[in-house]
Design a protein around this ligand. Sequence first.
Ligand code: FAD
Length: 618
Amino acid sequence: MRFDLIVVGGGHAGVEAAAAACRLGKETLLITHNLDTIGVLSCNPAIGGIGKGHLVREIAALDGVMGKAADAAAIQGRVLNRRKGPAVQAPRIQADRQTYAKTIREILDTYKNLHLLQDTVLELIIEGEMCVGVKGRISGCIHSEGVVMTTGTFLDGRIHVGNVKHDGGRAGDPSSIALSASLREFNLPIGRLKTGTPPRLDKRSLDTDKLSIQYGEDPRPKFVRFDRRSLQLPEVPCMITYTTPATHEIIENALEMSPMYSGAISSSGPRYCPSIEDKIVRFSDRDSHQIFLEPEGLDSLEVYPNGISTGLPFDVQLAIIRSCPGMQAARIVRPGYAIEYDFVDPRCLRKTLETEMIKRLFLAGQINGTTGYEEAAGQGLIAGVNAALAISGCESWVPDRDTAYIGVMIDDLVTDGVTEPYRMFTSRAEHRLKLRSDNAELRLTRRGYELGLVSEQLWDAYRQYESELDSRRRWLKETRIYPNRLDERQKKKLGAGLKRDMTLYELLKRPDIDYANLLCVIGSEADGEVDRVGEQLKIEALYEGYVEREEHDNKRHKKYADVLIPIELDFDSIDGLSNEVKEKLRRLRPATIGEASAISGVTPAAISILLIHMKSKG
Ligand code: FAD
């Protein structure tokens, strides 16, 4: 058998990689352990959130798969950070697990050049310095022009529940032991990481009267902007409970039975998605932690208690659950577990996600030390695109740090590597005012179309949107409004009044004026109706000054790149720097302003504060 490209693994990275390569016209083989687990959500049934939602919006802007499946499978959704500025807002949805995986499969089935094969890959076929295929357990040698490996938590995966250990890539799935050994043979730098998941509960065993309910937003937010389908699944709300002092006592008394504390697991887990054991130890002053009881689906009787991932023994898991309000009689249907697995140090990768030592071998997803469906999908897309471009002999494409969160993630991974599972946060992006969830299409769709990634349908919808934006922006900038020509109704609508004549665009920059107000003020036909173009222009007007300032600061800082930062400087004493920036500066101790600016998440604004502080100290 021979294909242009082979993608190993049908998780979130593999799906996006295979779909992207197909969109670029490559005959692609997706080979995975079990065709029924393509697109499976291994952990929580939710997609998006701060940083992660930005990634999904970017994937959608490049016509990727994740956003489409998430919209189709959503049973609840919210825009997180609603009270904060648009730059840090992002959608998050709860998904019906089965619909999500089913939709992924339906989308993949639309690609005529995608071939699926259920088999276990045992090793890579390398000729000279080039990866030219894989060897499947049943299918034998399969040749190709390139390979994308997206094996997630499966490489030499070992599952722990208390002192019960067994090989496994995820509950119910095998570990990839032979493939891991094959990678070691080719001298890829391999390390070990861990993650964990909570037990799943039988919904019928919960006392819902003792739980608070959280509904999603109406209308439900979507990841795909130009999808006009109105069909959506009915809502299923989340429920909320919390740990109690009794829970904490149970965990403290059982700590030595946790694989992370008994020494059975020594690798690092995700600091920002800690196990309940870690939370109790690290935040010992807190006597309660919130637990979101997330629905697993429309017809599912299972509930996912988000916030209590654990590797403790089964009986301790049950005691923990039963010590929380509303769960005194709860039944566990799937035990929680911790999993340790091999990853490849991403510093051995180029930005295209091709390995430095083996040509045409691309790695994407959790294999590169990340955690999360969205992070995996973003990398999968980039690996799939660049594998296809390399096969065609075309120039590679990777978005820069100031173009996309995907670019930030890839630059972070290949430059800094990981010491714990890498997760996306808005604080990692120094250009976050520009990299907003609302403008993902404006940043990426044109380039995606030039590459051949974006369908004609999406491109047409995008162009219509872009031209509507341009013409309305022009109109707003050319239309002036004068204080002495306002009638009483207009004055009332304007609230804070108008001190001088100005363009409608300038007026839109005022925080108290949204697009609906603006239309009311001028008595426009579409009185009060805010559409997406209007919303986009409002955000653009609001951020324009800040983004310009950010770019100006960037240029200015380049002049100061060689300025030395005093060794004795106490970053913690600098007012105005966020705790995250202080922590990074303290840990990495940059010698110059140039080095400080190159640290992921250290924004131009933070550099300005640092410079002002240094100047004030002479
Ligand atoms: P996966 O989704 O793991 O897919 C890997 C695919 O490769 C599978 O289809 C597998 O069958 C296939 N495969 C592997 N080896 C072979 C082989 N040799 N031959 C053929 N096929 C193979 N994310 C979070 O954001 N927060 C969390 O709290 C969180 N907790 C997690 C807890 C657990 C226990 C697990 C397992 C995962 C957790 N995740 C969490 C991570 C999330 O599930 C992954 O980040 C995401 O699924 C990674 O996507 P991926 O495509 O890289 O790999």
